[in-house]
Ligand binder design. Structure first.
Ligand code: AR6
Length: 170
């Protein structure tokens, strides 16, 4: 049910891929930039509409759009916390980013979903700590929800991949 992949999330054929966006929803670098570049204008058009309607997306929450030209059907845009040393509710906000993405996926009939390593790039969340939260949150969610058939962790950097490989074995 939980899979690990090393590579580019924009290339993956699942029902939904998750984007590590920022609160503006209006694009950025990292995986966000890659998704918008590969998926085309349709994704940004919907992000702009959501942003106008809701004033963006706070950390820990998630919104859904088309996946444009990507092989996935949907992009779920979530916003992870910026790492400030661990005393600013970062752990909880990161767990919420995973939970609210999963909830939105289920609500939209998604069966297969792929996550990048949210917050571990520009937002500088320590990678091992983030991976433990990601894995335990997803495992916990899968215990109660029976509609998802596959959750894929997609690691783009080797350091994250090695951490996930080790943590997923136990
Ligand atoms: N496929 C999968 N993972 C990727 C890809 C890709 N194509 N490209 C990068 N990663 P980051 P954050 C990994 O910085 O830390 C943006 O500017 C990368 O190796 O993309 O949540 C947003 O607009 C890292 O492990 O997201 C926000 O402003 C992980 O994706 C801000 O960055 C997350 O790195 C969000 O920062």
């Amino acid at each position: 049910m939980i899979k690990l992949l090393f590579g580019d999330i924009t290339k993956i054929s699942v029902d939904a891929i998750v984007n590590a966006a920022n609160s503006s929803l209006l694009g950025g670098g990292g995986v966000d930039g890659a998704i918008h570049r590969a998926g085309g204008k349709a994704i940004m058009d919907e992000c702009i509409k959501i942003s106008e309607r809701k004033g963006g997306c706070p950390a820990g929450e998630a919104v859904i759009t088309t996946a444009g030209k990507l092989p996935a059907r949907y992009v779920i845009h979530t916003v992870g916390p910026v790492w400030h040393g661990g005393m600013k509710n970062e752990d909880k906000l990161l767990a919420n980013a995973y939970i609210n993405s999963l909830k939105l996926a289920v609500k939209n009939g998604v069966k297969t979903i792929a996550f990048p390593n949210i917050s571990t790039g520009v937002y500088a969340f320590p990678k091992e700590r983030a991976a433990k939260i990601a894995i335990s949150t997803v495992r916990q969610f899968l215990k109660t929800d029976k509609s998802l058939s596959e959750v894929v962790f997609v690691c783009f950097d080797r350091e994250n991949f090695v951490i996930y490989e080790r943590l997923l074995k136990v």
